[in-house]
Design a protein around this ligand. Structure first.
Ligand code: PEP
Length: 256
């Protein structure tokens, strides 16, 4: 039996002192709750060092929200995968719909970033998901298929086995409109079918596929108990320690 995963995406939120307070609260609550789920927090770059300083592997791991497609050099404002790996960062969110939308990150760019992450031993948390018009016009499977294939299927089996996928319907992110348990279950199952076609059943079964999109302490248990849902990528609700820990506890009730 393997553990579920709960990753908190803090996005571009909090001041330094608020981030510090949140980390302290999380540590206290995690120490007490001792969830069996693997907990990852993904703060903004300026707070990464603080998070890794406080990091205790048994309580939480630290992920980044982005990496540069470049190795190093004259790329003002960029942060490389190698820099993050040298600070004990273990994971990296890639392909988030906000980066696809506001920063024009396309499949080609994401392929390069996935390669950068893996070359530097960062585990990509690779996000896929359809928009509302795509869902309403019945194109959701086609969209997710393209994102999974174009973003990840260039990897060989050993590389792919390191990747975590997050299904995040764009219409559910930050909207309070969660996917129904059936919608989540069906898409997770579809993603696994795609993986099985490319890498075989064993790899498909072993791949962690998280759900993200308005997940909170009220709906986490129902979503996490769906077959094939291996945990969650949590945005807004990860900014409140109590709420986030409640989600982590619910993920811990049912290990995968
Ligand atoms: C996210 O941005 O990854 C996310 C899941 O956000 P929220 O939980 O706020 O919908």
């Amino acid at each position: 039996m393997r553990k579920k995963i709960v990753a908190g995406n803090w996005k571009m939120n909090l001041s330094f002192h608020e981030a510090e307070a949140l980390i302290h609260n999380l540590m206290d609550e995690l120490e007490e709750a001792k969830p069996t789920a693997e907990v990852i927090i993904c703060p903004s770059f300026p707070f990464i060092e603080m998070a890794t300083d406080y990091m205790e592997e048994h309580l939480f791991k630290v992920g980044a929200q982005n990496i540069s497609p470049f190795d190093s050099g004259a790329y003002t404002g960029e942060v490389s995968a190698a820099m993050l790996a040298s600070m004990d960062v273990t994971h990296c969110i890639l392909g988030h719909s906000e980066r696809r939308k506001y920063f024009n990150e396309d499949d080609k760019m994401l392929t390069i970033k996935v390669n950068q992450a893996l070359a530097n031993k960062l585990i990509p948390i690779f996000c896929v998901g359809e928009s509302l018009p795509e869902r309403e016009s019945g194109k959701h499977l086609e969209v997710v298929r393209r994102q999974v294939r174009h973003g990840l299927f260039h990897l060989d089996t050993d590389e792919f086995a390191k990747v975590i996928i997050a299904y995040e319907p764009v219409w559910a992110i930050g909207t309070g409109m969660t996917a129904t348990p059936e919608q989540a279950k069906d898409m997770h199952s579809y993603i696994r079918t795609l993986i099985a076609e490319r890498y075989g059943d064993e790899v498909a079964k072993a791949t962690m596929v998280l759900y993200g999109g308005s997940c909170n302490s009220e709906n986490a248990l129902e979503i996490f108990s769906q077959e094939g849902v291996d945990g969650g990528l949590i945005g807004g609700a990860s900014l409140k320690a109590e709420e986030f820990i409640s989600i982590c506890k619910q993920a811990s009730i049912q290990d995968v």
